[in-house]
Design a protein. Structure first.
Length: 80
């Protein structure tokens, strides 16, 4: 990264810290405030996907399971 880009990034970070300190600290920490909500969303969409698979609605089931996987990936977990 060039020196100009570093300065610009530093300015953006300091403005964010001044205007939205809560958001800035959450971004620095890298963790959501309420992980239970994410787990509940994943569990709900996974259960819905499994139920839809048993009912034979494959398209909506895959969409539901895919959304649950997307929430996990957005949270930073990977299937390692």
């Amino acid at each position: 990264m060039s020196e100009a880009e570093r300065r610009t990034l530093s300015e953006i970070e300091s403005r964010l810290a001044d205007e939205e300190p809560g958001l800035a600290s959450a971004l620095v920490a890298g963790k959501p405030r309420h992980p239970v909500l994410n787990y509940a969303i994943v569990a709900t969409f996974t259960a819905l996907g499994v139920i839809l698979l048993f009912l034979g609605a494959f398209g909506p089931a895959l969409a539901s399971l895919g959304f649950g996987a997307l929430v996990l990936l957005m949270r930073g977990y990977t299937l390692r």
